[in-house]
Design a protein around this ligand. Structure first.
Ligand SMILES: Nc1ncnc2c1ncn2[C@@H]1O[C@H](COP(=O)(O)OP(=O)(O)O)[C@@H](O)[C@H]1O
Ligand SMILES: [Mg+2]
Length: 407
């Protein structure tokens, strides 16, 4: 049994889309496949038309009961999606998993223990992870033979990548399992020059640590998810379906012992290597040219050479002005971007960001008194932490709030 965790702490980079469609494509290749949803937001159920109100028990119940020694069997919570494709759905209770497991011995090993019991029943297990570094993600890593990190092919997602891999690396420091970590280029838009450049660089730098298959940006994938179908059912002739077929084939092709032995290393060293590649890649990209493409950005000061981090901080994130705070972010494909925080009673509709120009830049200026505030961005209805603000704090739902201090 090969267990593949789909991990990236950034929301909206395509994890759930990859999890659902990879699982479905593996099943179509006659591999018995189980999809495990570890995200309290239950997007796998939504994306596969499993009615949430009828999910009586979820992965949460299985994990908790196993840890307490009165196991509910995994089979009791499964939903059959198609031939050879089953889903272990999530539920909102998972957000309390961390808290519930306080003081429990080997609380990182719960999922691994549950999956060990079904070792003979499946060829593949795909684990969809939440966009956060939490006990849930750590459980997925402990259970995994492979980690797949979907990465959007844009400059700024790349920037996030090295930090994320560092975090993953820290998270895995105590995990001595042999795990194969691979980067998957996702939501690739061949029409953009930057997309093509970034993909070229990614391929050069990551070489053996990256899938040959890329997942293109394809609106059919979005439509399929909103109608609750895998792409194989919704539109088998689409480019999106072809991409997932080839991803499944590539994975199956690396299943032989010889190839596995060659690719496997400790998770720690793999992540360090990938992270270093990402840094190198970033520094090899000329920033002034890119900065110039961003409208409403302040001109870089010629007298002081700024690091890429400083430049990004200049353009995106939160910036305190005299009597107000400016939220600036980049979402080229979003239809709407809002901010919700303790300053607006967590009501995103009260504070929409305005689209500026055609580069995907969004901003809003808010008057704010001195104090410490927590907030999240809401992008097309999806709540996520501000990717350009490093200051964060865990919230009770197992996710991260961004933190802002007005002085
Ligand atoms: N390759 C793609 N082409 C087009 N839309 C995509 C693609 N991958 C994901 N999406 C869309 O982007 C949004 C975020 O994707 P999702 O898989 O939910 O990300 P995550 O699980 O990382 O938060 C969803 O609306 C999804 O339908
Ligand atoms: Mg998701």
């Amino acid at each position: 049994m090969r267990t593949i965790a789909i991990i990236n702490q950034k929301g909206g980079c395509g994890k759930t889309t990859v999890a659902i469609n990879l699982a479905s494509s593996l099943a179509a290749h006659a591999k018995k496949t189980l999809l495990v949803d570890m995200d309290p937001q239950s997007h796998c159920a939504v994306g596969l038309a499993v009615p949430e109100e009828q999910i009586e028990q979820s992965v949460y119940d299985v994990l908790i009961s196993n840890a307490r020694g009165e196991p509910i069997r995994l089979a009791e919570v499964l939903w059959q999606i198609s031939d050879g494709f089953e889903l272990a759905p999530a539920s909102i209770d998972l957000a309390a998993f961390d808290q519930q497991m306080t003081g429990v011995l080997d609380r990182e090993g719960c999922l691994a223990a549950v999956l060990e019991k079904v070792e003979r029943d499946y060829d593949y297990v795909i684990i969809d992870c939440p966009p956060s570094v939490s006990l849930l993600t750590f459980n997925a890593i402990r259970a995994a033979t492979d980690v797949v990190v979907p990465v959007e092919t844009g400059y700024f997602s790349l920037h996030g990548l090295s930090k994320q891999l560092d975090t993953l690396s820290v998270l895995c420091r105590q995990c001595s399992r042999q795990i194969n970590v691979m980067v998957l280029a996702s939501m690739y838009d061949i029409r953009t020059k930057m997309g093509r450049e970034i993909l070229g660089e990614l391929r050069k730098q990551f070489s053996g640590k990256m899938f040959k298959t890329i997942v293109n940006f394809n609106t059919k994938l979005k439509e399929a998810a909103s109608l609750g179908q895998p792409i194989s059912e919704y539109d088998p002739a689409s480019k999106g379906h072809k991409d997932f077929q080839s991803l499944a084939e590539e994975l199956i092709g690396t299943d032989t012992h010889a190839r596995r032995a060659e690719m496997v290393g400790t998770l720690q060293s793999k992540l360090d290597a990938i992270s270093a590649s990402a840094e190198e890649l970033l520094s090899s990209i000329k920033t002034p040219q890119r900065a110039a493409k961003v409208e409403a950005a302040p001109a870089p000061s010629p007298e002081k050479a700024k690091t890429i981090d400083e430049k990004i901080a200049d353009f995106y994130g939160v910036r305190q002005m005299e009597d107000a705070v400016m939220f600036v972010t980049l979402y080229p494909r979003a239809g709407n971007v809002q901010v919700a925080g303790d300053f607006n009673n967590w009501q995103p509709e009260q504070t929409p960001l305005k689209k500026v120009g055609s580069n995907g830049l969004w901003q809003v200026k808010l008057p704010m008194n001195k104090g410490k505030y927590r907030y999240r961005l809401v992008v097309d209805g999806q709540w996520q932490q501000d990717p350009y603000n490093e200051s964060t704090e865990a919230n009770p739902y197992g996710e991260m709030n961004s933190v802002l201090e007005v002085r």
